[in-house]
Ligand binder design. Structure first.
Ligand code: SAM
Ligand code: DTB
Ligand code: SF4
Length: 347
């Protein structure tokens, strides 16, 4: 089982760098309570943003933004019932089930991602869990992508310990597996696998020596308290994930969440700021739903501490801003992109 920190952490309001280093010392031993995280959410917006900026600047003095490109290597036909997901076979969506892509097709996409300036290439499969013969095929893809000089990430569903080991040995840097939401809200979103299954996979990924990419989705109808509980679970993983993707639900016709109203954009920015404060050194990634956020809200998210985006016009099955549009936005904000593919490891 994955460790979670147990001691309580006092909630502090940072005034200076000295306070911040004190806070880091507390962080080394303490756990965030849901009440502390709710208190952060409840701060006056400018105070929350100032705290998040201060921590962000101390943790990432270069202030760069990481670019990660996604490729769906196995689309649709998934047996799970995740209420948000257009790839679940049981929902009548426009997504058609396809076979696993071939090695050459994957490497072509990775080369294009690299040429466009991406740092990381993430391969996603609509599986509950991979079979061992799938792992063999994916390890060939990982080796090929790695040889191009890209950081590698995969998201293939639940993993057994031996499968995680095989992926690590092939050169996989990151494994993405999301907690998605708080444990209590999770039950109303997914019934075909439990929260503990997800924690067990994360534990197998860590034990194999890979970096963890773990976040979730907001805007599924959860309460602020549930968003706080979700961030507490992430921040109390020991260590917390190196990458934290925060997705805004993309409501897709045919899924049970198709008619879900979007979260207030200011609440979304607050969520990013709280993720930054509670996980100071993680790459907080603005993930699904960026098309709907618009430039001004994205700019506020970067101020709040987001420093990674999915880059390229397609996520897995839904759209993402054009690469050109993203380059313009980053240039207009004076944000540099992460240059090397040096992997940040927190363990
Ligand atoms: N099948 C694997 C799994 O579930 O772990 C990997 C792929 S799955 C599509 C990866 C993540 O995408 C999910 O955990 C969820 O957080 C996110 N996601 C899926 N559909 C989404 C949607 N409609 N809006 C926002 N995020 C979504
Ligand atoms: C994550 O947290 N978000 C990405 C990635 N991990 C694999 C996926 C977003 C998927 C959005 C819906 C779609 O395009 O199918
Ligand atoms: Fe399947 Fe992953 Fe979609 Fe859930 S999120 S239905 S496991 S592809």
């Amino acid at each position: 089982m994955l460790d979670t920190q147990t001691a309580e952490k006092p909630l502090t309001h940072f005034k200076s760098k000295a306070d911040l280093s004190q806070q880091s010392a507390v962080e080394a031993s303490g756990a965030w309570t849901v009440a502390q995280i709710e208190a952060l959410f409840a701060l006056p917006f400018n105070d929350l943003m100032a705290q998040a900026q201060e921590i962000h600047r101390l943790s990432f003095p270069e202030g760069d933004v990481e670019l990660a490109t996604l490729l769906s290597i196995k689309t649709g036909g998934c047996p799970e019932d995740c209420s948000y997901c257009p790839q679940a076979a049981r929902y009548d969506t426009d997504v058609k089930a396809e076979k696993l892509l071939g090695l050459e097709e994957v490497l072509e996409a990775a080369k294009a991602a690299k040429a466009a300036g991406s740092n990381r290439f993430c391969m996603g499969a609509a599986w509950r869990e991979p079979k061992d013969r799938d792992i063999e095929k994916v390890t060939a893809m990982i080796k090929g992508v790695k040889a191009l000089g890209l950081e590698t990430c995969a998201t293939l569903g639940m993993l057994e310990a031996g499968q995680a080991q095989a992926l690590q040995e092939a050169g996989l840097d990151f494994y993405n597996h999301n907690l998605d939401t708080s444990e209590d809200f999770y039950r109303s979103v997914i019934s075909t696998r439990g929260y503990q299954d997800r924690l067990d996979t994360l534990s197998n990924v860590r034990a194999a020596g890979m970096s963890v990419c773990c976040g979730g989705i907001v805007g599924m109808g959860e309460s602020r308290q549930q968003r706080a509980a979700f961030l507490a679970r992430l921040a109390n993983l020991n260590p917390y994930p190196e990458s934290v993707p925060i997705n805004h639900l993309v409501p897709v016709a045919g899924t049970p969440l198709a008619d879900q109203k979007p979260l207030d954009p200011i609440e979304f920015v607050r969520t990013i700021a709280v993720a930054r404060i509670t996980m100071p050194k993680a790459r907080v990634r603005l993930s699904a739903g960026r098309q709907e956020l618009g430039r001004a809200v994205q700019a506020m998210c970067f101020m709040a501490g987001a420093n990674s985006i999915f880059y390229g016009e397609q996520l897995l099955t839904t759209g993402n801003p054009e690469a050109e549009q993203d380059r313009e936005l980053l240039a207009e904000l004076g944000l540099k992109t992460k240059q090397s593919c040096k992997t940040e490891v927190l363990v």
